[in-house]
Design a binder for this molecule. Structure first.
Ligand SMILES: Cc1cc2nc3c(=O)[nH]c(=O)nc-3n(C[C@H](O)[C@H](O)[C@H](O)COP(=O)(O)OP(=O)(O)OC[C@H]3O[C@@H](n4cnc5c(N)ncnc54)[C@H](O)[C@@H]3O)c2cc1C
Length: 172
């Protein structure tokens, strides 16, 4: 397994996940440490997803994919953070390394990257497999695919009987 890491005398900060937490962490580390560190961020997506805004789009009959994503490559470049688009596999704490598979194309090789400091910002996971009946009857608005699926269910299908009334309010 090839290792991307080429030590240049600077501690290597590896950030796993590039949405709200990971992106902010990478930017903050750069702001606080300046040129004293190298920073790498890995995420399977190359965009920030404004998850909290997805419901507002869905219930207003808009596809959230048209409004709620911001490319992160230019943001990371500005902070001199190396970006790797990949599916993260495993963390080896003893070896201080992370395995990942670049995911732009299928069939890519597993690679390894070592770190001096690790930031884990991988969010959470859906539990369709753990909630009985949820896949069949449930909906979520926590990602673009399922948000758009719910929008189509609500607005494009005419099977709802009786028809439902939609009201969405933002707030904490
Ligand atoms: C409908 C809804 C409304 C919300 N509203 C609010 C709100 O009003 N205010 C608020 O504070 N919070 C809100 N939240 C919660 C908020 O969205 C989360 O707290 C926030 O997204 C967490 O950010 P994060 O960066 O920790 O994780 P995430 O946003 O989940 O990001 C995790 C990142 O890790 C990447 N990743 C995960 N696993 C892998 C892997 N194996 N390989 C590669 N990449 C991986 C993902 O691609 C993703 O980019 C809301 C959530 C939902 C669902």
């Amino acid at each position: 397994m090839p290792d991307h890491d080429t030590h240049q005398g600077q501690p290597h900060i590896l950030v796993l996940g590039g949405n709200f937490a990971g992106l902010a962490a990478a930017q903050d580390v750069r702001r606080l440490c300046g040129d004293a560190v190298r920073i790498t961020l890995i995420d399977r997506r190359d965009y920030l997803l404004f998850i909290p805004n997805i419901p507002a789009d869905v219930f207003a009959n808009r596809n959230p994919a048209d409004h709620q994503i911001v490319p992160i490559r230019p943001i990371l470049k500005k902070s001199d953070v190396t970006f790797i688009q990949a599916e993260i596999g495993a963390i080896d704490v003893d070896a201080k390394s992370v395995t990942f598979v670049p995911n732009e194309r299928s069939g890519e090789e597993t690679e390894t990257l070592t770190y001096d400091y690790l930031v884990i910002a991988l969010g959470n996971r859906l539990s369709f497999d753990r909630i009985e009946g949820f896949a069949e009857y449930g909906h979520t608005v926590s990602d673009l695919y399922h948000g758009e699926k719910l929008r189509k269910y609500l607005y494009l299908l005419t099977h709802l009987d009786p028809p439902i009334s939609l009201r969405y309010e933002t707030g904490t």
